[in-house]
Design a binder for this molecule. Sequence first.
Ligand SMILES: Cc1cc2nc3c(=O)[nH]c(=O)nc-3n(C[C@H](O)[C@H](O)[C@H](O)COP(=O)(O)OP(=O)(O)OC[C@H]3O[C@@H](n4cnc5c(N)ncnc54)[C@H](O)[C@@H]3O)c2cc1C
Length: 398
Amino acid sequence: MSGLKVTVVGGGIGGSAAALALLRAGCDVHVYEQVASKSEVGAGIQLSPNATRLLHRYGLADALGGVAVKPSHVEIKRWDDGRILGREELGRAVEEAYGAPYYHFHRADLLSILTAALPAERLHSGWRCVDVRQTNAGATTVFDDGTAIDSDVVVGADGIHSVVRKVLFGDERPRFSGNVAYRGLARAERLTHLNLEHCATNWMGPGGHFVHYFVSGGRFLNFVAVSEQDSWDRESWNDRGNVADAKRCYAGWHPQIHQILGAVDETFKWALFDRPPLSAWSVGRVTLLGDACHPMLPYMAQGAAQAIEDGATLAACLTGIAPAGVAEALANYETWRKPRTAAIQLAARGNATTFHLVDGVEQQKRDAEMAAWVGLSPRREAIFGFDAERLQPAAPLS
Ligand SMILES: Cc1cc2nc3c(=O)[nH]c(=O)nc-3n(C[C@H](O)[C@H](O)[C@H](O)COP(=O)(O)OP(=O)(O)OC[C@H]3O[C@@H](n4cnc5c(N)ncnc54)[C@H](O)[C@@H]3O)c2cc1C
């Protein structure tokens, strides 16, 4: 047991999972979340075995299994006629190969399981961090009411607009990707006539894609409808969306997409941002994890999974470390994590092009590659097979 005092700024999926990993490593950890009553957006999230394996080790298997949907497979469909372009197994095939399930969740279900697993006295809601200072002996986290908390380590898990990141590396704004996402949840009973399977479906077409899957034990169908847009001039990075506008983005696409969009009363519209991989994540006793250091486009469904992996590696690096060894341990942490997260960030960016090809030679080449998929692809091995608690070099994504 190191007994290191750790302050985690941000109680989202990344910060909460990191706190569970740090507690297991014997750290005296406290999480400070700016929102008084933290809940997640009304949307779904996919979680792959590289993340669920870690959460199962934290004792959450029963709780997660109780609210998740286990999709049988992923299917890729053509935008206009619904032809199946590719299929990859999930379900039992993934569980047998990687020893942990692939899950679909409502985000609120996932976050409440993570936060409920933390001892109540370690999660502090309504605390907004405004500054972090450090000396050779320790770090101080400062909150908006002037309170200052001393610790041996500070972890900025405060998302894409991270204050901790800004303190460490200056104010560099994330890049608008030219993509926006409408997200929404439709009650399953409004869509029974479509006979949708419990799988992940991704419709690909010119300038956009449309993903849907069931969450909350099958009670809701979650959709993420991505289309291209030149700029984002709103100050907020998410907004209430309009169903009619979302439908307009898919003019000429398959009727099933319009039936799904027509089954919701409201949508939310998100500007999708990312950053190029950062060259450093830590300074002295202060480090980052999750979207604070590697925000990525959601086209690998790996942002939260990588945040959960970060927490596991961070805890492994801090295990048995004395306060004087913190800076070296954090340097190790980022050495293990950066190549893997950077590769996934870049792959996600690449998918923005691949998923949105207009019909033509490149699209035909992509479709032929997807048609050749059989069972589990080598890329899945590199992503799903990785164990972030074992300090090991990441395999290249093929
Ligand atoms: C459309 C879309 C679909 C996605 N789908 C998937 C998917 O299927 N699978 C997947 O793995 N990932 C997915 N992601 C990515 C995933 O949502 C993020 O990568 C993940 O939520 C990041 O978690 P985080 O804890 O790092 O950051 P966040 O979830 O942003 O949490 C940061 C927390 O810090 C708090 N905070 C911020 N500033 C302060 C402060 N100053 N003081 C105190 N607290 C603060 C915030 O209130 C928040 O609670 C998707 C993203 C999008 C946009």
